[in-house]
Design a protein around this ligand. Structure first.
Ligand code: PGA
Length: 254
């Protein structure tokens, strides 16, 4: 039986594009969005400074707007931070959380992520939570444990109902921006495992409905094979999301 999980292709622009470039990129994605089948959701995550301007380009299209991060406090004296209410007010429907670059370079811990997920859901934002192992962990055969621990530490604090607003992105750190993609089999193995870790807490029916994206050098040439796997429901795309044609091509790969 065909599952009814939502398929999603999300573009994580990271710290790329200035406001004028970003506006053009959002416009180009919006212009081709209607080619993408109804059952496939499209999300773009531009930098904070041009969320508003990119959001305007998406009006009247299916493309949804995401932030790349949010603060772990609701408001107040946290210089340099951006709150969930601020994101909501500029039209975000989503935020990415726990990206490996934030975990690695900005000290993002699972404890902080629990706070961020709570705040995001409380503000009505959907969450794309990233998990994944680094190269040492993969080579030591610890990738299952690492992903299970990240999921348990964060998501086991939430309810089955909350899970309806949470998407998971499995992103092996060794495949991000390196041109090395996990093979479709390697990715599927972990995706199926992640679904089992969710089923252990929330039950199989809930786990079956959770969208699990693959991220890490996903591009037009490998998206089809990855997306053909049973537990891979789309992609979180970095580099290839910076070209509208590549991004749309990936979304046409189901
Ligand atoms: P990449 O990045 O597609 O450039 O490998 C993916 C990500 O980090 O979201």
């Amino acid at each position: 039986m065909q599952n009814m999980r939502k398929k999603i292709v999300a573009g994580n622009w990271k710290m790329n594009t200035t406001r004028p470039d970003g506006k053009e990129l959002a416009k180009a994605v919006a212009a081709r969005a209607a080619e993408v089948p109804e059952g496939v959701g499209l999300i773009i995550a531009p930098p904070f400074t041009h969320l508003c301007c990119c959001g305007k380009q998406l009006e009247g299209t299916k493309v949804e707007l995401s932030a790349q991060n949010c603060a772990d406090h609701a408001k107040g004296a946290y210089t340099g931070e951006i709150s969930v209410d601020m994101l909501k007010a500029v039209g975000c429907q989503w935020t990415i959380l726990g990206h490996s670059e934030r975990r690695q370079y900005y000290g993002e811990t699972d404890e902080k992520l629990v706070e961020k997920v709570k705040l995001a859901l409380g503000a009505g934002l959907g969450v794309i939570l990233c998990v994944g192992e680094n190269l040492d962990e993969r080579e030591a055969g610890k990738h299952f444990d690492v992903c299970a621990t990240q999921i348990k530490n964060v998501l086991y604090n939430f309810t089955a109902e909350d899970m309806q607003k949470i998407v998971i992105a499995y992103e092996p750190v060794w495949a991000i921006g390196t041109g090395k993609t996990a093979t479709a089999e390697q990715a599927e193995e972990i995706h199926a495992f992640i679904r089992k870790v969710l089923a252990d807490k929330f039950g199989a029916a809930v786990a079956e409905e959770v969208t699990i994206l693959y991220g890490g050098s996903c591009k037009p040439s490998n998206a089809k094979e990855l997306f053909a796997q049973k537990d891979i429901d789309g992609g979180l795309i970095g580099g290839a999301a910076l070209k509208a044609d590549d991004f749309i091509q990936i979304a046409l790969s189901f």
